[in-house]
Design a protein around this ligand. Structure first.
Ligand code: PLP
Length: 455
């Protein structure tokens, strides 16, 4: 007699440890099993339809079921399913993709290094920054400044860059040489009456104070997402990036733009760096690069960084870093096709056209008794719930009401993500205005139901 579980849900509980999941809650309630997707919709194993209001995990730019991506993957699988790029090997899809990325990227990027996830790419960045400064004979210039609520991944180094307690607590992180400066969230962190510009100056001032306190000769780099994503969709206050960049340049500090969410049209331009006039020395992309049909990430570096790394690789005989699947041919072939479609279908123009429908639609909830702030740009947004609108005070415990709204929205056919009490929106870039209206309707319904539950 077999004692093995026999339903997919029971097997999932029995055999899987899920990422970002309360394992005990999962044992009780089990998974939501998603079976298929089409456009902005996914369907569960009972046939129920959901609008994927988060594009999966901020990534399915072209929506589900894009046949051209399937074809690109299949053809590449048939021609050359795998090859690597160690020891001077290469293949056409990764060569072509590098050329295309460098053409698209803001500023003057020189080379592309491939990895498989945003975390791996940011780990690579930490190592590149250290390697580069060793190459330049600056062994003390190694500290990297990130921000509270910044999100850069979960590997040991990238989780250290991440500025969220859940990614540090009980993991014995962050590692040394990683510092966190203030979160530029005007709504919560500005003084009463402080304008966005004044607040941005204060944020840049705090960064400069940290650099001076630590010693500019010890600070190698500053990393930030143009718009903070997983920390709660925090849009930078006016003039913020301009002021931060000036501080970095003043002290010879590399500027790293983590475009893992913003890249490829999310903010209404090709990159978040375009939206905020950021000129990074290093840029990290992933997610929408393949619409997440295949795992892929890329680190773009400018020529100064490349020259340092190249010299050192010659000196010590190799650049001793790389992944088995760096520049994987199927992933890079899918990325190329994905970027072709983005351009052919003018997806970035589409984002500019439909974004006001989402942003204005969500702002109509600003008067709702539960809503404190509605924020966003392009097709990324958040609605933050607060206990007291006037005092902007948080619920205690943080996240309980947010989770209820997330759960209720899901029951109403809308998949979102709650970051504490902020509900994040990041739908596929192909979403239509009619689909945005349906999304808003389902959200409004869930918000009202959550309000009734909370009072
Ligand atoms: N950087 C940013 C800005 C992200 O949003 C994420 C993931 O959400 C990462 C890095 C980490 O990417 P991954 O989950 O692919 O490791």
């Amino acid at each position: 007699m077999s004692t093995r579980p026999n339903s997919p849900a029971a097997k999932d509980i029995a055999y899987s440890l899920h990422p970002y999941t309360n394992a005990r809650r999962h044992e009780e309630t089990g998974p939501l099993i998603i079976e298929r997707g089409k456009g902005v919709h996914v369907y569960d194993d009972q046939g129920k339809d959901y609008i994927e209001g988060m594009g999966g995990l901020w990534c399915v730019a072209l929506g589900f079921g894009e046949e051209r991506l399937v074809k690109a993957a299949t053809e590449q699988m048939q021609r050359l399913p795998y090859y690597h790029s160690f020891a001077q090997k290469s293949h056409e899809p990764s060569i072509e993709l590098s050329e295309r990325l460098l053409d698209m990227a803001p500023g003057d990027m020189s080379k592309v290094f491939y990895a498989n996830s945003g975390s791996e790419a940011n780990d690579t960045v930490v190592k590149l920054v250290w390697y580069y400064n060793n190459a330049l004979g600056r062994p003390n210039k190694k500290k990297i400044i990130s921000r509270i609520k910044g999100y850069h991944g979960v590997t040991v180094a990238s989780a250290s860059l991440t500025g969220l307690p859940t990614n540090h607590r009980d993991f014995d992180l962050p590692i040394d040489r990683i510092l966190h400066t203030a979160c530029p969230h005007h709504y919560h962190n500005a003084f009463p009456g402080e304008s966005e510009e004044e607040f941005a100056s204060r944020m840049a001032g705090q960064l400069e104070e940290m650099i001076l306190r630590e010693g500019p000769d010890t600070i190698a780099a500053f990393i930030g997402e143009p718009v903070m994503g997983a920390g709660g969709v925090i849009v930078p206050p006016k003039t913020y990036w301009d002021k931060i960049q000036r501080v970095c340049r003043k002290y010879d500090i590399l500027l790293i733009a983590d475009e893992v969410i913003c890249g490829f049209g999310r903010t209404g331009e090709m990159f978040g760096s375009d939206t905020y006039a950021i000129e990074p020395d290093i840029m990290v992309v992933s997610k929408q690069i393949t619409s997440a049909y295949m795992p892929l990430s890329a680190v773009l570096i400018n020529d100064a960084v490349y020259q340092g790394v190249a010299d050192n690789s010659a000196k010590i005989s190799t650049f001793g870093h790389g992944f088995t699947a760096s520049g994987h041919p199927v992933a890079t072939a899918v990325a190329l096709e994905n970027l072709k479609i983005l351009e052919e279908r003018k997806i970035v123009d589409h984002v500019t056209k439909v974004a006001p429908r989402l942003q204005n639609g969500l702002r109509q909830f600003a008067d709702h008794p539960l809503v404190g702030e509605v924020r966003g740009v392009g097709l990324v947004a958040a609605v933050e719930l607060v206990a007291d609108k006037d005092k902007r005070s948080l619920f205690d415990p943080v996240g309980r009401v947010g989770f209820h709204l997330y759960d209720t929205a899901q029951k109403n056919g809308l998949i979102l993500r709650n970051v504490g009490d902020s509900l994040a929106f990041c739908p596929p870039l192909i979403i239509s205005e009619e689909e945005i209206d349906t999304l808003l309707e389902r959200f409004g319904q869930a918000l009202d139901e959550t309000y009734s539950w909370s009072t």
